[in-house]
Design a binder for this molecule. Structure first.
Ligand code: NAD
Length: 337
């Protein structure tokens, strides 16, 4: 295999990122500079002297950052994730910067984590665990429900939504779905019924979000959507934080309209997630309020975090970089629209 010497500035790196990229790199021979900080206006200068930038979900790749990167001659940004809502794609195209991503690395990882949140919230494993360790073997407050025969509404039936549907079908659930672009053939074989969004809200005991963050889906779950839902509904978001209007959902929790909330993503997560802030004073009062509810379970954007997914992310990211550097294009290029 031809080796392309290329200097890559890798932002938002943690140990697991370095380990995965280093393990994949022998087949590529790239030169990495690992930076722990997120990419943003204060750190873009670290890309100077490199050919390519490699970034992650909470990096800021807005127009001013792109302008600065273009000034350093950066022509390629390789995202180590599927979502690209944090990239100004239009401006990147205007500057001639190619954006590549990893569209699919393991829908199983995210769907399985979603199922984990549903079961943990329902049966309160997180509370039971601490109770038993504390010598409290009482069951009061741990009452759950059978998932069997409940109605689950899946919003977004792409790769992850489809895997979740197949996992849930094992529970004997009634599956409803909403997607802007329906996949009727799949729905028929999977036993899933597409319904309008309002009907999904009205009928579902559990609602799980698996659509991308776009102008259409920003605050999809707002005050009005919540008003339409069943009382005591379980809401799960492992997709992107801004799909949910957090203030509206907090009001929904206070009025008991929302019975359970499971989040792997949060609107303002970029200030919090992926960092050890256990010794710090958390300044985000909305996030702190969320944590006070006994029926809220939050994980810090870890749904993707399985060995298989991380290995796939590393391999695909490096292959994307090689494809663009050798041929000028990649099947995983992100384009506007
Ligand atoms: P996908 O592209 O395969 O599927 C997305 C689906 O959403 C598609 O069927 C699409 O038609 C549908 N959709 C688009 N616009 C919509 C709208 N306005 N309303 C309803 N549906 C709409 O993506 P995927 O691989 O299934 O991933 C789904 C999302 O999960 C990603 O966008 C990403 O934000 C998120 N994600 C989260 C993690 C994590 O670790 N928490 C990891 C990977 C992906």
């Amino acid at each position: 295999m031809t080796k392309v010497m290329m200097k890559i500035a890798v932002f938002s790196t943690k140990k697991w990122v370095r380990n995965a990229l280093d393990a994949a790199n022998p087949a590529f021979g790239f030169e990495f500079t690992y930076y722990e900080p997120r990419l943003g206006p204060d750190t873009a200068k670290l890309a100077a002297g490199h050919d390519t930038v490699c970034a992650f979900v909470n990096d800021d790749i807005s127009a001013p950052v792109l302008d600065e990167l273009a000034g350093y001659g950066i022509k390629l940004i390789a995202m180590r994730c599927a979502g690209f809502n944090n990239v100004d794609i239009k401006h990147a195209a205007e500057l001639g910067i190619t954006i590549v991503r990893v569209p699919a690395y393991s829908p199983y990882a995210v769907a399985e984590h979603t199922l984990g949140l549903i079961l943990a919230l329902n049966r309160r494993y997180h509370r039971a665990y601490t109770r038993v360790r504390d010598g409290n073997f009482a069951l009061d407050g741990l009452l759950g429900f059978d998932v069997h025969e409940k109605t689950v509404g899946i919003i977004g039936t792409g790769r992850i939504g489809q895997v979740l549907a197949s996992l849930l079908s094992g529970f004997g659930t009634r599956l409803l779905a909403y997607d802007k672009f329906q996949n009727n053939e799949w729905a028929e074989t999977a036993g899933v019924t597409y319904v309008p969004l309002d009907e999904l809200y009205r009928e579902s005991d559990i609602i799980s979000l698996h659509c991308p963050l776009t102008h259409d889906t920003y605050h999809l779950i707002n005050k009005y959507a919540i008003e339409t839902m069943k009382s005591g509904v379980m809401l799960i978001n492992t997709s992107r934080g801004p799909l949910i209007d957090t203030d509206a959902v907090i009001d929904g929790m206070k009025s008991h309209k929302v019975g359970y909330l499971g989040l792997d993503v949060y609107e303002e997560e970029s200030e919090l997630f992926f960092e050890d802030l256990s010794g710090e004073v958390i300044q985000d009062d909305t996030f702190v309020r969320l944590q006070t509810f006994p029926n809220v379970l939050i994980t810090a954007h870890q749904a993707f975090f399985t060995k298989e997914a991380v290995d796939n992310i590393a391999m695909t990211t490096l292959q994307n970089i090689r494809d663009v550097s050798e041929t000028g294009k990649s099947a995983n290029e992100v384009r506007e629209g």
